[in-house]
Design a binder for this molecule. Structure first.
Ligand code: NAD
Length: 342
């Protein structure tokens, strides 16, 4: 058992002896700015807590981090999947005792408090919190009220519960840490079809932006990141298909992209997939914001009278991007590093 910190006080890290000399607080020669590939929260010996860790993107992130040498706490409300996932992650870890699975329903505050107690009891601190559990039940604008409640309980209240319970403890830690919260492009561009899910993820964007700003102003040792997966083949999206569609990314691709972007310090981590390149996402996001500025109908992108204008805008935007990519000044013009994802 690791030493528990006294509530409300900043404590020396129980991970001091496990951080392989890579902790920038102990070794001023290594800082995130000097060596972005070595983020101080993503080193061997650090601890990751992953909600929704029994499947999909959460499980893939756990496997990558366990291979890297982090200690892993998987949290999920599906006990059978959790047992299987814990064994799977333990199999890729150096030491299987460094991986534990804890049954927790993130929509229940008492479960989340117990999750924090057990994570800190086991490993002493939390360097990476992936606030990721989510469900995709459908709720239309004036139907499916039960589904609205379920979606909000998990996607909104689950995120709030985990954030409240863990961040209070993480800001007291000596070592730098990261909070990564899983949103969705549907929370940004708001496509018709599932307004319940969209609204939950729009709230996640707002909550995570607020958290990042508040931490920056008060506890710079902890950073927040909004993780927005692209189309990723998981239990949530697979439907009846047993094979990953060509357009989707695997959960490992998405998890790896997210971790690379966290290492670079990005707040907005908008993942591409095999169908949607970063420049297409940028154009769609800009169009959605322009609905307000241009006083267009709501969701004009899908409005019959605006559809052809939207299609023209995308075609011209993509051509512009192509021209810029071919420009001899490309390195100066394109600075956001998405070339590798194409
Ligand atoms: N797969 C995609 O294309 C995609 C795209 C955008 C966003 N997302 C988001 O990514 C996150 C992970 O989804 P995924 O695609 O890996 O799906 P997934 O279904 O494979 O994994 C979600 C996990 O969350 C768990 N979970 C559900 N409700 C829970 C609760 N109340 N408490 C604890 N755990 C709970 C599930 O048991 C499951 O193991 C979700 O927040 C989802 O909204 C996924």
């Amino acid at each position: 058992m690791a030493q528990r910190s006294a509530p409300g006080s900043r404590q020396l890290s129980p991970l001091r002896s496990h951080s392989n000399g890579r902790n920038p607080q102990l070794d001023p020669a290594i800082t995130p700015a000097e060596d972005p590939a070595e983020h101080p929260a993503l080193n061997p010996g650090c601890v990751a807590v992953i909600t929704g860790g029994a499947s999909g993107i959460g499980l893939a992130t756990a496997e990558i981090l366990a291979e890297l040498g982090l200690r892993i706490v998987l949290a999920d409300n599906d006990q059978a999947a959790l047992d299987k996932a814990t064994a799977q992650v333990a199999a890729v870890a150096n030491d299987s005792s460094h991986v534990i699975g804890i049954h927790a329903d993130v929509s229940k505050m008492e479960d989340v408090v117990r999750l924090r107690e057990r994570a800190f009891d086991a490993f002493g601190e939390v360097s990476v919190l992936l606030n990721n559990a989510g469900i995709g039940l459908k709720g239309t604008s004036f139907g499916d009220l039960d589904n609205w409640k379920k979606v909000m309980d998990v996607n909104l209240w689950g995120v709030i519960n985990v954030q409240h319970v863990f961040v209070k403890a993480m800001v007291l830690q000596e070592n730098p840490s990261v909070i990564i919260t899983t949103g969705s492009k549907q929370g940004i561009t708001n496509p018709p079809g599932n307004p319940a899910y969209n609204a939950s993820k729009a709230a996640v964007k707002s909550i995570t932006e607020g958290l990042a700003h508040e931490l920056y102003s008060t506890h710079a040792n902890v950073t927040a990141h909004l993780f927005v997966p692209g189309w990723t083949y998981t239990a949530m999206t697979k439907g009846d298909s047993d094979e990953k569609p060509a357009g989707a990314w695997s959960a490992h691709q998405t998890a790896q992209y997210m971790l690379d972007r966290v290492r670079l310090g990005d707040f907005y981590i908008i993942c591409p997939d095999n169908e949607t390149k970063p420049q297409l996402d940028r154009l769609r996001i800009r169009w959605a914001a322009d609905d307000i500025l241009e006083n267009r109908p709501a969701l004009s992108r899908w409005h019959p009278e605006w559809k052809s204008r939207f299609d023209d805008y995308i075609r011209e935007g993509m051509q512009d991007e192509q021209r810029r990519r071919k420009s001899p000044f490309r390195k100066i013009i394109i600075t956001d590093g998405d070339a590798g994802a194409d």
